[in-house]
Design a protein around this ligand. Structure first.
Ligand SMILES: [Cu+2]
Length: 309
């Protein structure tokens, strides 16, 4: 009898979870994103400050295409991640929403340099095939093959199972070159009653050319300087793109996984992502980096600076 009551309760819970999200508090969030050609320098100071190695611009500068945030109607470009302290352009805009929200991502391909097709493909959210953005020969529609000058609106819903940090990336016929060039970004979906953190850092590990980059930059002095102060609720959104596994590590801190395990290092495979939070209490300048030694040596390392209140 007890088991039956439990089963009934479980089924009721599942049915509620499967039902459409209640409208209370839910919002429709619109984003305007462009694929834009840029000249990108992976190490603007031309220097590895740890080993003292100098690099020539011929080694660190390349033409590429990135996702860029725009105002409504793609009128004016905006910073991609205004609150995180990260650089612009790589990764693409941090798209924030809450469980229950609808997301309309208006995408325009402005790649008049290479004139490649591009798209946006999102992990972690609900959508119809016409918002998948992944090219399937003979099957997919314009969502997966947005030509230069064309646009597409991706219609997404953040379900109960969408809370977390998730990748999005190009999945058009040009996806391999485009991802190598930095065409990726993150969705940040918080739970219905979850507060916004004071600081949210987007950390993307990916090889670019001969370097191992964080948010498209290599070596301390070029990679994002993540800044917070004692007392802040700090959130890291971490993912990897490309073809290699990485090992995310922060010095002087630990975090709890959803399963309650204490960690200071977490492996992350291509397109895997995770997030964690802590209430900051340890002032100082700390390192964060990939713990694959070869990757650190090729630039996958940066600083996290915590100010006293
Ligand atoms: Cu690595």
């Amino acid at each position: 009898m007890r088991a039956r009551v439990a089963l009934t309760a479980l089924l009721a819970t599942s049915a509620a979870a499967l039902a459409a999200a209640p409208a209370a508090g839910a919002a429709t969030r619109e984003f305007w994103v462009g694929a834009v050609p840029v000249t990108w320098n992976m190490a603007p100071n031309q220097f590895d400050d740890i080993t003292g190695t100098r690099y020539d611009p011929a080694q660190t500068v390349m033409g590429t295409v990135v996702y860029r945030r725009f105002t409504r109607g793609w009128r004016h470009p905006l910073p991609n991640t205004p609150t995180s302290g990260n650089q612009n352009l790589i990764p693409g805009p941090l798209l924030r929403a809450r469980v229950g929200d609808r997301l309309l991502v208006h995408f325009r391909n402005m790649d008049f340099a290479r004139r490649d097709s591009h798209s946006m493909h999102f992990h972690g959210v609900h959508y119809r095939p016409s918002s998948d953005g992944a090219f399937v020969p003979g099957v997919s529609e314009r969502d997966a093959d947005v030509k230069p000058g064309q646009s597409w609106t991706y219609r997404l819903t953040a379900g109960e199972d969408s809370a977390g940090a998730w990748p999005y990336h190009d999945h058009s016929p040009s996806m391999h070159a485009s991802i190598d060039g930095g065409m990726y970004g993150m969705l940040s979906i918080r739970g219905r009653r979850e507060p916004l953190p004071d600081r949210e850092f987007v950390v993307v590990f990916a090889r670019m050319g001969a370097f191992q980059t964080i948010d498209g930059r290599a070596f301390v002095g070029n990679t994002p300087v993540l800044r917070s102060k004692v007392g802040d609720l700090v959130q890291f959104d971490v993912m990897a793109m490309g073809s290699e596994h990485h090992s995310f590590h922060v010095h002087g801190h630990r975090w709890l996984t959803p399963g309650g395990v204490t960690r200071d290092t977490q492996t992350v495979a291509p397109a895997e992502s995770f997030r964690f939070q802590w209430r900051e209490r340890d002032p100082g300048t700390w390192l964060y980096h990939c713990h694959v030694e070869e990757h650190m040596a090729l630039g996958m390392i940066g600083t996290y600076q915590v100010a006293r209140r």
